[in-house]
Write a protein that binds this ligand. Structure first.
Ligand SMILES: [Zn+2]
Length: 183
């Protein structure tokens, strides 16, 4: 009879394992989908990110890379008759490097910064006061540890011990002279 074929559902039943032949091609695709291969490699970003997370986020001096450092911006100003130049050197700086740069910038500003009307009235006073604020912040820092790279600028003499700073007296004297003469 033609009945037998179905009882032999066994061979067909085992055949439906059709899934197997299809499963085997899927398996290789399925495994890469897990992609443990790629993810097992440590991502560089994660590698660098994790230690950063454990370390307290303290800014390091941009000159000598030591701690502690303050997020300050040292400014300078050059006033000329028809043009002005605004300079700024953002930190962070440690106490030593920041003091060295601040003294240099302030001293230069004190003799270069007066020579245009707006500079004298607005920009140079602002620059000088801004650097005074920076001085206050830097002076609150403890002395930095040994410099990791061994190079650190010498803070040198204070601003008022530098002759160039006293060029600032000239425009002030001139201003006073105008007032006195006008009176
Ligand atoms: Zn430094």
């Amino acid at each position: 009879m033609s009945m037998p074929p179905q009882p032999q559902g066994n061979p067909y039943a085992s055949a439906p394992p059709q899934g197997n032949p299809y499963a085997t091609p899927h398996a290789p695709y399925g495994q890469p989908q897990q992609q443990p291969h790629y993810c097992q490699h440590p991502h560089p970003a994660a590698g660098y990110g994790q230690p950063m997370a454990g370390v307290p986020q303290v800014p390091a001096c941009r000159v000598c890379a030591s701690y502690p450092a303050a997020e300050v911006t040292i400014r300078g100003h050059v006033g000329m008759l028809i043009m002005m130049r605004f300079q700024k050197w953002p930190g962070p700086y440690c106490r030593t490097c920041g003091t060295a740069m601040r003294r240099e910038a302030t001293t230069n500003t004190l003799w270069q910064g007066w020579w245009s009307p707006f500079s004298m009235v607005i920009f140079n006073p602002y620059t000088i006061i801004s650097n005074l604020v920076v001085r206050g912040k830097l002076n609150k820092l403890p002395e930095p540890g040994p410099a990791p790279y061994g190079a650190r600028p010498d803070p040198g003499k204070s601003v008022l011990q530098r002759p160039a700073a006293y060029v600032a007296l000239l425009p002030i004297l001139w201003f006073l002279f105008l007032i006195v003469r006008g009176g």
